[in-house]
Design a protein around this ligand. Sequence first.
Ligand SMILES: Cc1cc2nc3c(=O)[nH]c(=O)nc-3n(C[C@H](O)[C@H](O)[C@H](O)COP(=O)(O)OP(=O)(O)OC[C@H]3O[C@@H](n4cnc5c(N)ncnc54)[C@H](O)[C@@H]3O)c2cc1C
Length: 452
Amino acid sequence: MGKKIVIVGGGISGLSTALFLNRAGVAVKVLESRQEPGGNLLTTNVSGYQIEHGPNSTMQKPGREDDALGRIMDIVGLTPMVANSEANKRFIVRNHKLAALPSSPLSFITTKAFSVRAKLRLLWEPFIGPADHEESIAQFVERRLGREFLDYAIDPFVSGVYAGNTHNLSVQAATAKIYALEKNHGSLIRGAIFGRQKNISGMPKGRLISFAKGMGELPQAISRFLPAGSILTGTKVVRLKQQKNRWLVYWESKGGSAGIEEADQVVLSTPASQTAKILEETSLGASRLLQTIQYPPILSIAMGYSQNSVAHPLDGFGFLVPRCEKIRTLGSLFSSTLFPNRAPEGKILLTNFIGGATDLAVEQTGDRELAAEVANNLSSLLGIDTSPEFVQATRYREAIPQYTLGHLQKIEAIDQAMANHKGLHLRCNYSGGISVGDCVRNGELLAEKILS
Ligand SMILES: Cc1cc2nc3c(=O)[nH]c(=O)nc-3n(C[C@H](O)[C@H](O)[C@H](O)COP(=O)(O)OP(=O)(O)OC[C@H]3O[C@@H](n4cnc5c(N)ncnc54)[C@H](O)[C@@H]3O)c2cc1C
């Protein structure tokens, strides 16, 4: 091809796009503002604990179309670490106690997570017709499954994935696969049974993976695979300019130097607020729309304990807390159950989340105070009789983009505004899915589009 493509942002979206382009023989240059590429994927080791600051694992989906993650691992020579099978067991909090979510039709009948009334309400679901307008997740789920399923199944799931508010998120944009069950089968239950794409809990089939040295291994392996000099770190892009058929990408470094990178095409793989700033002079329309995408703050707080100070067997993926339980912690991952090498011998590691769209007040509260609140919640929910012997908090001021009502139309309007700017592409997790697997797949799709 003989052309050069500049990718702004070295998170997993940008790196995946770069890798698939590089494999096709295209010269790429990634400009990343931080000192390390990887974006949210960051693993560090402290006192024998392996800490994930962002994602702890991701779902590798089966099938040629969905498994871009598998293709990337093959290319860079990475072997995944599959989560312990106990991860299939997931807990929610009900009446301030952990209750296991059902994983089979039989366990659904006996589970204490839902009342008999809520279970009987499900018999009605296949007879409910579709709505004639875009609904929030809360409206959709309450209409189809009833209030209890909204509160105790979907609300915690939405907290766990988006740290979002079910009343604001669009069912079509944020939970497209659940919405598709209604669209394609007229019913979630019929769709779950006949669509063969979902199990009863609504979770996608596939395997939950990470890597021996944590999720941070993925961006590191991609970076090593790209030719030397392909990634410039500590390089913040501030604006763009189109000059005939080429693009000028203006950057500044922390040390005070500045420069311009020339490119035939540019991919902006930066969060919406940053993309909006970079695009201000190029497309004010797209920039203004991007500014309206919300990213609530979240703290991910890793805590280590001695195994014998925790009464609960931690035999599962972790627990999520429905907001109606009025417990501030959003949920907790049993990290050392999922991947036993995450904690030293005789210790356990829990990764906890607090904040999100329903608790913006975390912005005004210090890390220590929030960590103490989480530790308090853990003590009563898991029967822990001591303070954590190790605490590490990671604060995201803008964590996860919220696919709120009207999001799909907003993305369409941004795409339309961008259509006038040939050779300029946007690719980050504010569209097309937020999971690591989605970001990789979307990076691959963009690379294919550019190559075609
Ligand atoms: C706390 C947390 C937990 C999560 N847990 C999971 C999970 O368990 N499983 C899962 O699949 N997903 C999870 N996710 C979601 C997933 O991690 C993200 O959606 C994904 O990593 C986003 O990647 P990205 O490349 O699109 O964006 P980012 O990771 O945000 O990357 C954008 C990059 O652009 C850089 N940048 C920004 N501005 C500029 C600029 N002006 N110039 C140059 N560079 C710039 C940034 O430094 C960053 O490296 C989680 C996310 C968070 C925050």
